[in-house]
Design a protein around this ligand. Structure first.
Ligand code: UDP
Length: 254
């Protein structure tokens, strides 16, 4: 299946729906064609602008879904209506489909207590789900190789890595040097939400694309992270939109 993409700040973003993304990933799992999925937002773009290795990962990712409303806004400025594909929703649907297809799932990341609660809750929600491997996200660099070897031995088909960006994508890159057959996705703070340690935004905020506002309000430590990034991101995408298409030009629908 050929990807349909559009560039935002030089990176290909997939113009795909949530169900399209699930089908894409499951198709790859079925054929044992390993992939890396990145759920992109303005923060990730800011990291890529400063970190060459991370930028390369983003450029070569097999699927880049617009997780943040900043990315869908950037596309809108180019005349493209694209729905947001929140990473947490994509990961949830992938887990459900893996249960249905009897594919194994590995969970890596978050604090031990959060990880254990996530595991228990997912197993209760998706009866029969095969969680073949789980490991908390607090390990030193010298432990990485051992963890990757253990993970490989369990033959995972879907690997969810919740270490936050850029750590998770850099760790996935290392995993993929050895494990070439699995689908990897970085899921940020999703385990915290599934374990109930962090509350997800109410539906209204999600539908409006304002989940980030809610999360910032609930976790004020995010303010510094987001407000360092957002103005620069908006400035850059507006310039890009004017340069490429002329701003507010309706181009096409997804
Ligand atoms: N984390 C981890 N190991 C680390 C640093 C962070 O496992 O060395 C986990 C952390 O416990 C949290 C997640 O990574 O569960 C990062 O969550 P955050 O909300 O920062 O990610 P976002 O959703 O914003 O990408």
């Amino acid at each position: 299946m050929a990807r349909k993409t559009e560039k935002v700040l030089g990176y290909d973003i997939d113009l795909i729906s949530l169900s399209g993304a699930v089908d894409f990933v499951m198709g790859k799992i079925l054929k044992r064609e390993g992939i890396q999925v990145v759920t992109v937002n303005p923060e990730i773009m800011a990291i890529a602008a400063k970190n060459q290795e991370y930028s390369r990962i983003l450029r070569h990712a097999d699927l880049v879904v617009p997780d943040g409303s900043g990315i869908t806004l950037a596309l809108k400025l180019k005349g493209i209506e694209q729905e947001q594909v929140p990473g947490i929703d994509l990961a949830y649907e992938l887990i459900k489909t893996c249960r249905d297809m009897k594919y194994s799932v590995a969970l890596i990341g978050a604090k031990e207590e959060v990880l254990q609660t996530t595991k228990k809750r997912l197993e209760a929600e998706f009866r029969g789900l095969d969680i073949c491997f789980s490991r908390n996200g607090y390990f030193s660099n010298d432990k990485e190789e051992g963890i990757i070897n253990q993970l490989d031995e369990t033959d995972p088909q879907l690997v969810l890595v919740a270490l936050g960006a850029p750590k998770q994508e850099l760790f996935i890159k290392k995993c993929r040097e050895k494990i070439k057959y699995a689908a990897f996705i970085g899921v940020g703070g999703s385990f915290d939400v599934w374990a109930g340690a962090v509350e997800r935004a109410p539906e209204f905020f999600r539908v409006m694309g304002w989940e980030w506002i809610y999360r910032t309000f609930k976790q004020p430590q995010r303010i510094k992270r987001i407000y360092k990034v957002l103005p620069v991101f908006l400035f850059k995408v507006i310039i890009e939109a004017i340069r490429t298409n002329g701003i507010f030009v309706k181009k096409e629908k997804q």
